[in-house]
Design a protein around this ligand. Structure first.
Ligand code: KG4
Ligand code: ZN
Length: 362
């Protein structure tokens, strides 16, 4: 490996769910530069089925990845010769989909004699904020909100995580997707709801905020529950349909979006304050939501909490964030993952260190 720790360049692959993505990311001192990238979304195909179909996802990754890789390497002037390490998402996600990226990356790594790094998808989301102009200093609290996860994570220093809060049922993105389906909107639900909500009244319908009870009484202060909200939306829609009038979809979308944003803002800021953290980071697909970004910025500035939101383009799944996570591991002294490392559809973020163990744990 051409070793220059301040100028390492990673070729990164992301295939954990329904986006095939490839990127070249370089550490440039304290900054990360995205030198080339490409993304092939499968959303149109899956939207026909109302959600992601795992078999279709793996097949489509297999079909598009070779040409995507070629395009991205064409855009990167130095080509494969300029690559110091090859990274791929190996956990968590759909196993077949993960395998496509992982096998491709390991093959390229042995062919070109550069190290392979398996990356945890959630570590990728967390690292996405490093692609902003003003990355946060540790320690900080992260609100990670995606299609599969809703978590509050204390990051004490790079790659050292402690989960403080989580959803007990649906993830925030999953709630957007399910409510969108209820309103007759296309998958993925988040952007569809955001579009309608812009024209709706966010205060028209009162909706539950999903507090999670403790067995002995009281509530888990940093936890979330979205299933009651989803049921409340279903009841409202059923009641409104009895009126035999057009559904007020804009108001329904706006009220739903507003209550989800309120819950996320209140619990994150409460957690940051109680834990004595002055910095809050927001990442993941749902962090692309405009109303949420505005409400969080407003509330954080009122509470004198420094807020860092991942750039919008890096909120939803992408390969640049996987490259950013790999660069972070390299900076911490990791040299590679085993080329025999498999995929782990359910590995938790706290166990992501396992991806760099030898012999590999799976
Ligand atoms: O992070 P992501 O791309 O994939 C996962 O790792 O899950 O997140 C996808 C989720 C979907 O549920 C999608 O509906 C939601 O993010 N999402 C949004 C927005 N854009 C994407 N939710 C609310 N508002 C948006 N603008
Ligand atoms: Zn994701």
């Amino acid at each position: 490996m051409r070793y220059n720790p301040l100028k390492q360049t990673v070729l990164a692959l992301e295939t954990s769910c329904d986006e095939s993505a490839v990127a070249v990311v370089r550490r440039n001192g304290k900054k990360l530069d995205l030198l080339a990238s490409g993304i092939a979304s499968q959303v149109e195909e899956h939207s026909k089925w109302g959600g992601v179909v795992p078999e279709i996802a793996s097949r489509m990754h297999l079909e598009v990845l070779p040409s995507l890789l070629e395009n991205v390497l064409d855009k990167f002037e130095e080509g494969i010769e300029g690559i110091d390490a090859i990274a791929a998402t190996v956990a968590p996600g759909l196993s077949g989909a993960l395998l496509v990226g992982s096998v491709t990356a390991r093959t390229l790594s042995s062919l070109h004699q550069v190290p392979f790094l398996g990356v945890h998808h959630l570590e990728g989301h967390l690292a996405s904020v490093a692609l902003s102009d003003d990355p946060p200093k540790t320690p900080y609290l992260v609100l990670l909100i995606s299609g599969g996860h809703t978590e509050l994570i204390h990051v004490e220093k790079a790659c050292l995580y402690r989960r403080l809060g989580r959803s007990h049922d649906d993830a925030a993105g999953e709630a957007f997707d399910k409510v969108a389906r209820l309103l007759g909107l296309a998958y993925p639900g988040g952007p569809a709801i955001q579009r309608l909500a812009e024209f709706g009244d966010p205060l028209r319908f009162s909706l539950p905020k999903g507090r999670v009870s403790k067995p002995g009484g009281g509530f888990y202060p940093y936890d979330f529950s979205f299933s009651g909200l989803k049921t409340a939306m279903l009841r409202k829609v059923e009641d409104l349909k009895l009126l035999k009038e057009p559904l007020p979809v804009n108001d329904l979308a706006a009220s739903f979006e507003n209550v989800v944003a309120e819950v996320l803002v209140q619990r994150s800021l409460h957690c940051a304050k109680e834990e004595g953290l002055k910095r809050l980071v927001m990442v993941g697909g749902v962090a692309a939501n405009k109303r949420l970004r505005e409400m969080m910025s407003h509330a954080a500035s009122k509470a004198s909490i420094e807020l860092h939101i991942a750039p919008k383009a890096f909120c939803t799944d992408n390969a640049a964030m996987i490259g950013a996570a790999a660069l972070m591991r390299l900076e911490l002294g990791v040299t590679s993952s085993s080329c025999e490392l498999g995929v782990a559809p359910r590995l938790s973020l706290e166990n992501s260190q396992m991806l760099y163990e030898s012999p590999p744990p799976f």
